[in-house]
Design a protein around this ligand. Sequence first.
Ligand code: CA
Length: 228
Amino acid sequence: MSYRVYLVEDEKNLNRVLTSYLEKEGWQVQSFTDGHQAHQAIDQRPHLWILDIMLPGLDGYQLLREIKAGDHQMPVIFISARDEDIDRIVGLEMGSDDYLPKPFLPRELVIRTRKLLERVYGPTANASKEPARQVFDWGSYHIDTQSRTVSDNGCLLELTAKEFDLLLFLGCNLGQALDREQVLRHVWSADYFGSDRVVDDLVRRLRKKMPNLRLETLYGYGYRLVKP
Ligand code: CA
């Protein structure tokens, strides 16, 4: 069986793109563009909901309330283009498990979804549903996403969980400029409140361990990993 993910997003193009990204992970995606339709599907109990906040019919807040009333452990990710801080705070207070402000990379939503599924249903249960092992070879580095190991010419490098998450996030968005806030939200959780200096510190540590990584600094913005 594969996870059933219900997505509510009224922007049709975005809905289609996100659906296709989520389906590529092997999840069964049911997509809705209207709050009322989504409301009628609450009893179907998918494994996870992704909710936009501004929707025709019922809005995301109302849906969240109904979903959590039926099953308070049902994982919910909010996506929103409205005032980020207010949505994030209200959403978290109402029990949303994660929050992703628009615009975001579809890949980022996939990663967040997988993380949340793992957190709620356990990594073992999820293992069989993981896409095939992904292995990257970058120059002398060999990166295995399943065993979460990195080696340099066959020598295993000791990366912390956060260092590995950062590497993976950069690698999944190869060639793209990522700002500190995106890195922060991805590698730490959505409810992390603190300085984005921790991102710089983490990058510094990763560079020290992987000096041949072509990890560029975009001054005043963030970072970009480019192909070796
Ligand atoms: Ca909307």
